[in-house]
Design a binder for this molecule. Sequence first.
Ligand code: IMP
Length: 474
Amino acid sequence: MTVTIVGSQLGDEGKGGIVDVYGEAADVVVRYQGGDNAGHTVVHEGEKYKLSLVPSGAVRGKVGVLGNGCVVNPETLFSELDTLREQGLTPDVRVAERAHAILPYHRVLDGIEEAEKEDLAAGTTGRGIGPTYEDKAGRRGVRIGDLLDPEVLRERLEYVVPQKRALVENVFGHDPDDEQFEGAFDIDALYEQYREYGERLADNGMAVNASAFLAAQREAGKNVMFEGAQGTSLDIDHGSYPYVTSSNPTAGGAAVGGGVGPTVVGQGEIVGIVKGYLSRVGTGPMPTELGFVEGQTPEDGGDTSDEAEELAKFIRDEGGEYGTVTGRPRRVGWLDMPMLRHAANVNGFTGLAVNHLDVLAGLDEVQVGHSYTLDTTEQSSASNQNATRSDDGEEILTMPATTEKWARCEANLRTFDGWADPDWTEVAAEGYDALPENAKAYLEYIADELETPIYVVGVGPGREDTVIVESVWD
Ligand code: IMP
């Protein structure tokens, strides 16, 4: 059977912890989208492993698969595998021949295009994710399978690299041979480097027809887990476009990007991961935002009252809401129910895992954005005014489809009584009934609103800090 883990917000919901807990009984863990833009730390037998591309199950002896929907930077892949080996592990990772390779020029272009975009910049991770998916859709990408065939590799590079050189030079006004780009636009250098990666993939038997590989695994009765990266509101189709990533983290992406039928995903469990509050990295609207983060919160966004700033600091510090690599503070806010209702609609969750309830412990009151009201005072244009008049002042229960309209939404907050800060490991050991009553009321509200049962409650960072209500593999 299959279990699909999907982020229901803006990434960083604590998916890794749930993959860890539910992944115990999985034989194969598949990533179906994204690339090395997804940083996570896995703690296993007291050792810490930092991964951004390799599926986290690889740390625990599972077969890891990077599906066709992924974009793979071979340099990151091999460096993560080398580090895992140095740490004494023997990771088994397969890569779909149909997955696209990230090349150095994709990273360079990610940086240049972001700098050009100004207000439209998404605050990307700079890993070349968007430019690689652009080339995939433009049918000029280099796939993992191409790396194993030197003739095809050269042919692809000879077609695409001159286009990238022209783009950098003529559109963005940079010299593609400038030292700062370190040979990113040099066909011969790229050919040598990527041919070697191809050899290494072949020598280790890592490049596979992932769809056939997974079919054989399922045939043999193996449990397959699909591990989503990022989250629903960062989905290229269903997220807050253009402040999104370039792939489909939503459950449908598991079928397309894993190379299995929708029935395979649909017959299994689809678990939506919800952080008990909200965080956002990068720009874009966030109606329930508390406080203001320079360079990320839009100028007219955030609640900058002293009380909100204080709450933001509390949540950020308790939740460790600082970038793993950059250390920069993440934007934080209350749970956004219209965002979650939208996530439930597009993913068809069978269950929910609500994380980080311990972070909110100790607050007198916990709020949620139950719905939105459209702010009529911030019309951006006459046409917009006409288009939205019918919604003005109305209660909106799901996230609007346009980001401009979402930016004009004001959250209608509901207030819950807070809960104390017990020994969460003890609570987790006792189970759901031992959770503080007010925390249970909060969870039940979420489950009722989304018409989806709670499967797991996360009350701390470790596996032992997890309340498992429902086991998914039965
Ligand atoms: P990209 O995926 O690097 O192209 O970045 C696009 C947007 O997605 C940016 O706003 C990033 O901050 C966001 N993003 C990408 N990966 C993650 C993640 O793992 N967690 C949170 N945000 C992410």
